[in-house]
Design a protein around this ligand. Structure first.
Ligand code: KG4
Ligand code: ZN
Length: 329
């Protein structure tokens, strides 16, 4: 069984080919970070146009890397929700064209389900587990009961955690995307130097716009010397600590409330070294095992989309050509 995955929900165009739901034959990604970094964030119209430039050459390259032709593909899985609708439409329309032209079954994939199951490309995790999908566009907590059976427990009420990293990096003049730079410079900083509060919200929901504003107010009030790398590292580390603490606390509370033995953390922010460390330490104390996909599978990629499409295809699921794109799940 050969499944092609297509991903274009945000600013990365991805095309992958997965064999029998486990063997990656190709996994290509074309990042648009250079264009969007000029604006300090993703510009939806530019992202959609760039997907259009990228998608056909990337598909040719993926097929040639996999050593197959389009007619060998048994199913096409494409992200159709949630995401930037102009971006989603490029991948979706392209996938529909291939499906119609070559009579290949089509399956629309939920991007968050793809993030939640990305880890399965590397190892199986026993059901049920709690999954935190934490990226530039999402901060969602799920109880995952089976393949594709996910109950939403909570989500961010405002900014996604990655969005807060990107905005704080912008305030500190660190460029876009902010997460990796904050992660790197925080290693030299003191995380207990400044106390940035994270808003406490009900249940398993999150809120990160307050902590971003707290950093902004601190910069206004204290006017710290941002040309001093040590000063900047302390601010970055203190902000990162506040976000990490909130993510770890809520996720592990959900895990113990639901009595699950495993937690999966995925999405771009799951690359964060302090987050990984904190999850491993705290989950160990509670006897919960913690699983992270390797960094290339945490960030947006088409292989995770192909993985979800593979088990849906095996179950006999198919989507019609009137499949639509949605900004929300
Ligand atoms: O999953 P992803 O590639 O795209 C979205 O679906 O958003 O995640 C990108 C986000 C960006 O906000 C980026 O700053 C953040 O993930 N990110 C990180 C790290 N690496 C990427 N945040 C914190 N620490 C990192 N090491
Ligand atoms: Zn994503």
């Amino acid at each position: 069984m050969l499944v092609m995955g297509i991903e274009s929900s945000c600013d990365d165009t991805g095309v992958a080919v997965l064999k029998d739901g486990k063997e990656p034959l190709a996994n290509l990604l074309s990042s648009q970070v250079k264009i969007h970094s000029i604006f300090g964030g993703v510009v939806p119209e530019l992202a959609a146009r760039k997907h259009l430039d990228n998608i056909l050459p990337l598909t040719h390259k993926a097929l040639s890397e996999a050593g197959i032709s389009l007619s060998d593909i048994d199913c096409i899985g494409v992200t159709n929700r949630p995401g930037l609708v102009p971006s989603l439409l490029v991948g979706l329309t392209f996938a529909k064209g291939l499906s119609f032209g070559k009579d290949i079954p089509l399956i629309g994939v939920n991007h968050l389900e793809a993030h939640a199951f990305a880890v399965f490309l590397e190892r199986e995790v026993e059901f049920p587990f709690v999954c935190l999908v934490v990226s530039g566009g999402h901060t969602n907590l799920f109880l995952v009961e089976d393949y594709g059976v996910m109950k939403l427990l909570g989500k961010t009420l405002d900014d996604a955690a990655g969005e807060a990293f990107d905005k704080v990096a912008k305030l500190l003049g660190l460029g876009y995307p902010g997460g990796p730079v904050i992660d790197a410079i925080s290693k030299k900083g003191d995380p207990s130097r400044i106390r940035f509060p994270v808003s406490r919200v009900d249940g398993y929901n999150f809120s990160f716009s307050g902590v971003k504003t707290a950093v902004m107010m601190y910069l206004k009030r204290e006017n710290p010397d941002l040309s001093d790398e040590a000063v900047k590292a302390d601010i970055a580390a203190s902000f990162q600590e506040a976000v990490v603490k909130a993510l770890v606390e809520k996720t592990l509370k959900a895990a113990s409330d639901y009595g699950v033995k495993s937690v999966v953390v995925s999405g771009g922010v799951a690359c964060n070294s302090r987050l990984r460390e904190a999850f491993c330490r705290c989950s160990g104390e509670l006897g919960i095992s913690c699983h992270f996909p390797s960094p290339g599978l945490c960030t947006d990629n088409a292989l995770m989309v192909a993985y979800v499409a593979s088990y849906r295809f095996e179950r006999g699921e198919r989507d019609a050509l009137d499949l639509d794109a949605f900004s929300r799940i």
